[in-house]
Design a protein around this ligand. Structure first.
Ligand SMILES: [Mn+2]
Length: 324
């Protein structure tokens, strides 16, 4: 099976957006749910609506549970939040949605500016300056220790893996973005491929824990993240890659600008060929696009060109490797 191009959708997306996505030849969508939408009836209704447009929900997530400060930092309501997470797994399991997303970054993706860049031709892209991020004060009332963060992750795994196993819903863990070891007083969980190996070992052999292989994050950290080609082979062989984020940047840290695939320093065709050669069957998406222009096309509009370019590279790689 080949990789499946995917785009994100929200329940509020209009019919025209869904038709537009399908017309791009994309069949898989990642359903972004609000907390109040986490019921089986609402999820099933969304699946039914999307199916009318020829779209399949490949995965679904709720941002509030995907990046949950109480779980990550062991705040007083952590157990209630884990219960909510498990409830989500049960809802998605009943709807036969194969995976959800997690990212151990309580304060989300950190960037230092959004502006026109060297490679954006007037578009607004995201920029990151490591020195500016590392100079930020603690985001919380105190700083945290690395062991604490990993202990919190283990606590979470111990309580959700049995439910994930029972419901058949896997979890795709995204790296911390940018992949720096500690930001604003909070150590990162995943900032290189060794962290992934540690995380998988903590799942005690369960396949419930998988990864979002964010090419963008690997490229942001350069060699400090790991050997991307070898990591693709290893994690693909270990059946861990549930989703690939196909994104490029103009250079590794300390400063980078998010670019179109063809404009960055990463060899995106080489990376695509490696994914195809290793038999990766994950969903694949561009992950970030330029900021949508006011009143023009929305997120699907800004994702359309890079998604098409990605599909073109996939088509060519499959042809070249005799898989198409
Ligand atoms: Mn990503």
């Amino acid at each position: 099976m080949s990789m499946r191009p995917q785009m994100p959708v929200r329940t509020a997306d209009r019919d025209e957006t869904l038709s537009f996505i399908r017309q791009m030849g994309v069949e898989n969508v990642s359903l972004m749910l609000k907390p109040e939408e986490l019921t089986y009836d609402q999820v099933a209704a969304q699946q039914e609506r999307l199916a009318k447009f020829g779209l399949t929900v490949s995965d679904a997530a709720c941002n509030e549970l995907q990046k949950n400060k109480s779980i990550h930092l062991n705040l007083p309501d952590r157990d209630q939040q884990i219960d909510r997470f498990n409830h989500m797994l049960r809802v998605l399991g009943k709807a036969k949605i194969p995976f959800t997303s997690i990212a151990w970054q309580p304060n989300g993706i950190l960037r230092t500016s959004h502006q026109v860049g060297k490679h954006t031709r007037g578009g607004i892209s995201a920029f990151c300056d490591q020195n500016e991020i590392l100079a930020r004060p603690d985001a919380e009332e105190r700083s945290y220790g690395e062991t604490e963060i990993w202990d919190n992750f283990q606590y979470f795994l111990d309580r959700v893996i049995p439910v994930a196993e029972e419901t058949g819903v896997r979890m795709a863990l995204h790296p911390n973005d940018p992949p720096l070891a500690c930001m604003a007083g909070i150590p990162s969980l995943i900032y290189n491929s060794e962290c992934y190996r540690k995380a998988f070992a903590m799942a005690h052999g369960s396949r419930a824990l998988g990864m979002k292989l964010c090419v963008g994050c690997w490229l942001e950290a350069g060699d400090a993240f790991g050997d991307l080609m070898k990591d693709i082979e290893e994690f693909c062989g270990d059946d861990r890659i549930l989703c690939v984020h196909f994104r490029n940047v103009d250079s590794p840290l300390p400063v980078f600008e998010e670019t179109l695939a063809e404009d960055g320093y990463g060899d995106m065709y080489g990376i695509m060929k490696q994914l195809v050669a290793c038999g990766c069957d994950a969903v694949i998406s561009i992950d970030h696009g330029f900021r949508p222009m006011e009143g023009f096309g929305g997120m699907a509009g800004s994702f359309a060109y890079p998604t098409g370019f990605m599909k073109g590279l996939m088509w060519a790689a499959e042809r070249e490797l005799g898989k198409r």
